[in-house]
Ligand binder design. Sequence first.
Ligand code: ADP
Length: 477
Amino acid sequence: MVQKNLIDGEWIAGSEAFRNINPSDTNDVVGEYARASAEDARAAIAAAKAAFPAWSRSGILERHAILRKTADEILARKDELGKLLSREEGKTLAEGIGETVRAGQIFDFFAGECLRLAGEVLPSARPNIGVEITREPIGVVGIITPWNFPIAIPAWKIAPALCYGNTVVFKPAELVPGSSWAIVDILHRAGLPKGVLNLVMGKGSVVGQAMLDSPDIHAITFTGSTGTGKRVALASVEHNRKYQLEMGGKNPFVVLDDADLAVAVEAAVNSAFFSTGQRCTASSRLIVTEGIHDRFVGAMGERMKGLVIDDALKAGTQIGPVVDESQLNQDTDYIAIGRQEGAKLAFGGELLKRDTPGFYLQPALFTEATNAMRISREEIFGPVASVIRVKDYDEALTVANDTPFGLSSGIATTSLKHATHFKRNADAGMVMVNLPTAGVDFHVPFGGRKGSSHGSREQGRYAAEFYTTVKTAYTLA
Ligand code: ADP
């Protein structure tokens, strides 16, 4: 059966379909999904535009009920949806279920936010005049998502968009349509009026581009590569629309001489390799001061030897496969580049064979890397990390901040002085002390600086900034 697109409340098959392949076992077809055309995208945009006036004025109880019901169903089906996610994306079952729970929590959070919509009332600077400041929805929001968090990223964009009264055209990544289809189905059955949420699965260059080119999309929220982010930005400037970008990272994880070695190694292994290194918050630059360098590298090698890399759905697997062949080629190309640049491949980096055909790669650790090398400057998006040796904390901080990106930044230290200084001076949107650079809560702001992000923060109450526009009203008493 082909899973269809949702346009104006109708499930539409279209003329083409594409297959969703399991990266742990390429013989396993997860499902077939309708491929939307540019025309479908335009129909979805028109439906969202037509649905906006009524939805923007819908009652907070209606919105609350739909988001709450969605949260409940996602959480009740966490094992099944988590398995679907792991099957289509390749992260481990524990990670897939964890991400699904997070999606449920996000819908729950924004269900609550519908009931807390508020403004401000204040006196004017002029006598006998009152001022009200309120937030209003923006209109049609275009949502374009990547493959690495197939349910959490759609959730953290769709939930606030609907909560604040916007209508949505949603284009998930082609590699992982299953999780997106599932949450759209849940929201549709939870009672969303037709046209409020439209799903158009398909190619970025066709469906995504049709969204960028439409004057009827009033805001676009995008997570993905830097190159596509730039296209979103340029098209949005052209149409004078609001836009929000979450793009790459090259996140540093600093290890100081005074770190607890076990804490540092655990956080570094998690940051660099969990979810197969395919997180924008992953750390691929381990910046280590010279007094602990050799002990840290030794302990990393020991810890990496014990990692279980296998089928994402198998019990005991700690690291699943890379998402597809083209990403695997990118990872192995960077491993070759690192060697050519003179870094030492201290551990891993080989392709692995498992029971089923899949994209298995032994996590790779380089040592003797410098911050100037391409492997230290460009986002690899795989289980490949480099150790950069530095003299002291000051040099570590300078190297950590010397990057075009600024999403997440971590440090392992037992020094309050250094932890405090790092929190204040790390040039990143998120800072982690004695914790992995990845792994964030659902109810607080997410986002970065410099080349990593553009626009206001996602998640938590800060999401209102993007999904609403502010009105200031003056009344003569
Ligand atoms: P990734 O490397 O994570 O696949 P992309 O930026 O290519 O990063 O993809 C992120 C999302 O952007 C996907 O949903 C993809 O289909 C979409 N996309 C790709 N090209 C375009 C485009 N020209 N216009 C709009 N969206 C696009």
